[in-house]
Design a protein around this ligand. Structure first.
Ligand code: DGY
Length: 320
């Protein structure tokens, strides 16, 4: 009998074709993993799981007694209860090192889109409203030579700093758990405390992983510290932000606007007030979603999965 693998929301299915001789692969997409009977049944014999954003906690692990590895097809792994997995000898892996530039392009892209009001202006042209010169109400904000504050100066944060510094002559401030000396040397980035960053930045870009410490890192107090002319950009995880506080800050015009790629609930509910603001640019968690990068991530996740199933140490093990 072939060993069983579950592929959960794993878009590039063909990447798993080479495994088909040795493994039985069951694909699940757009299901509720807590209630879908076929998925719950499949867990019983699954030795490996590969995929995106499957919540793996004690409850799921109880249903999967043969599980050896969960290979996340993402860099973030806040969906995995790593401590619980470690306790039970289940490996957890992610896909770092292949998506940083791509994600930085996307996040810098939505920053530019919000500052220059590109989605709004696109609609203005396409709906036939462009009948005369632009009015002052339609003017936007400069990006070049402004202050870019990056919260979370890891690999993606550093790529964003590079774009801001080298491409747009921006002053770079950053806040991080530890100093990032390479970013200071290469991009003239200045380390500062969170409050200083929030007070001085024209663009506040949040790039921290979601952890207990970073949950709701941006709340009412933090939005109040931002300049009224500043734009808030979230490229990390939705739960790093108190969404209700962000909505209030936008309603009260405490900040100029926002650019968001991630949300508290994904996909976002259509009645979420964030969708009503013309000064909020929204994208559907697309940071890494290019053909080139998704392929690299899927191949890396597969490499991790195969290593784990063969009893070897996967290259991107995140268990301590
Ligand atoms: C990542 O890799 O963490 C991206 O945000 C996709 O989830």
């Amino acid at each position: 009998m072939k060993r069983k693998i579950i592929a959960y929301n794993f878009v590039l299915r063909e990447v798993l074709d080479p495994l088909k001789d040795d493994y039985e692969i069951e694909f699940f997409e757009n299901i509720n993993p807590q209630t879908a009977p076929a998925f719950i049944h499949s867990l019983k014999n699954a030795e490996g799981i590969i995929g995106l954003a499957l919540p793996v906690d004690a409850e799921l692990l109880d249903l999967a007694p043969k599980l050896k590895i969960v290979a996340n097809n993402s860099t973030g792994y806040n969906n995995l209860s790593v401590d619980e997995m470690t306790k039970r000898g289940v490996m957890a892996t992610n896909t770092p090192g292949v998506l940083e530039g791509t994600t930085a392009d996307a996040i810098f892209g939505i920053l530019l889109a919000a500052a220059r009001r590109i989605p709004e202006m696109d609609q203005f042209v396409k709906t036939g409203q462009w009948q005369h010169y632009l009015t002052t109400e339609q003017f936007a904000l400069d990006v070049h030579h402004k202050t870019l504050g990056i919260i979370g100066m890891g690999k993606i944060g550093s790529e964003i700093a590079k774009r801001g510094h080298l491409g747009f002559d921006m002053r770079i401030l950053y806040h991080n758990r530890t100093r990032n000396i390479a970013a200071e040397e290469k991009f003239d980035a200045t380390y500062c405390d969170l409050d200083t960053l929030l007070k001085e930045s024209d663009f506040v870009v949040l790039m921290t992983p979601l952890t207990q410490e970073t949950e709701h890192l941006m709340g009412e107090r933090e939005f109040k510290l931002m300049k009224q002319s500043a734009i808030f950009v979230n490229g990390s995880r939705g739960k790093t932000v108190d969404e209700a506080a962000l909505i209030e800050a936008l309603k009260n015009k405490q900040i100029h606007g926002a650019a968001l790629d991630v949300y508290q609930i994904e996909p976002i509910n259509q009645d979420n007030p964030l969708l009503q603001f013309s000064n909020v640019v929204t994208t559907p968690h697309l940071g890494s979603a290019t053909f080139e990068t998704e392929l690299k991530m899927a191949e890396l996740a597969r490499e991790n999965l195969i290593a784990g199933l063969s009893g070897k140490r996967p290259p991107n093990l995140v268990n301590p």
